[in-house]
Ligand binder design. Structure first.
Ligand code: NAD
Length: 276
């Protein structure tokens, strides 16, 4: 089975749209970009379109090419203090002379849509969205007792994915570039999440027939998009997400839903403060 992301993403967006309308919420997302990376421009546009479809106000802040880390920091501080801004996204990557790590930590945790800051209220959107895909196609308790392998240990995808799968009672192995024999682990896996940025890294001979593969990778080769799994040869023996059209749309839907969750958290916090 091909695990399409769009129906899952559409369901999340529909729920979000209805909730915003019913509660008459006024929410706003601000996306800060360097304005120099063409792929970033596409991702930012997708996020803004998804916000628009749910009635969330949105602003794209394209920083001038000459901007320094300090200029970005000033913009983040401004948005942190702006009561109209519910959520902030720093669209990565930024130019190499900008200190991304330092800037991410400047985003107020209650406005951190991506879930990238150390004090984030919620996990990063991509692994959170992957759980939603698995719940949609496999059912809520499906992960319990499964052997899961995550390939890639980045702080925004692989590592939080391993934590989330563990929280669902899967037995998780985290593989990475220094894992000597990945097939040893992947052959025994019921579910594999591959997030390496290496096109077609996961091959048919590395997996068990009937397993479930979630392909996070986005690799642009000669203008075409490829995932980290060899989709052509895996689709007949596994359940697998396509690239494009799998994890990507779900990440966007998750971050739109996240804006509502952040708003709820802030309101909850305020009402708790009032009763103290
Ligand atoms: P990253 O470069 O930060 O991390 C890659 C990880 O893969 C590292 O931990 C590294 O150890 C591991 N790795 C690299 N080569 C390997 C190999 N040969 N064998 C085993 N492990 C290997 O990347 P990231 O930010 O985690 O992103 C991974 C991929 O997912 C990229 O293609 C990125 O564009 C994509 N991505 C997609 C979405 C989405 O919404 N679809 C979101 C985030 C990232």
């Amino acid at each position: 089975m091909i695990l399409q992301g769009k129906p899952v993403a559409d369901a999340v967006l529909e729920r979000t749209r209805a909730y915003i309308q019913q509660n008459n919420l006024k929410l706003k997302l601000a996306i800060i970009t360097s304005g120099t990376d063409p792929a970033s421009a596409i991702y930012a546009r997708n996020k803004m379109n998804a916000c628009a479809s749910c009635g969330i106000d949105h602003e794209l802040i394209s920083m001038p090419e000459s901007s320094t880390t300090k200029d970005y920091a000033k913009m983040i501080a401004h948005l942190n203090n702006d009561p109209k801004t519910t959520g902030i996204i720093l669209q990565l990557p930024l130019p190499s002379f900008i200190n991304e790590k330092q800037l991410i930590e400047l985003i107020a945790p209650e406005k951190d849509v991506d879930g990238f800051t150390k004090k984030a209220k919620f996990p990063p959107c991509t692994p959170a969205g992957i759980l939603t895909i698995l719940d949609y196609y496999k059912g809520k308790n499906w992960l319990e007792g499964k052997n899961a392998v995550v390939i890639g240990r980045s702080s925004i995808v692989g590592s939080p994915m391993a934590t989330l799968l563990t929280s669902r009672n899967a037995t998780v192995t985290l593989c990475h570039s220094k894992t000597p024999d990945m097939t040893y682990y992947t052959k025994n896996a019921d579910v594999i999440v591959v997030a390496t940025g290496k096109a077609k890294l996961l091959k048919k001979e590395m997996v068990k027939e009937g397993s479930t593969i979630i392909d996070v990778g986005i690799n642009r080769i000669d203008g075409k998009l490829y995932g980290d799994a060899d989709f052509e040869n895996l689709q007949d023996i596994c359940d697998i997400t396509p690239v494009p059209g799998g994890v990507g749309p779900m990440t966007v839907a998750t971050l739109v839903a996240r804006i509502v969750m952040l708003d709820k958290e802030v309101k909850k916090q305020k009402s708790q403060e009032k009763t103290m």
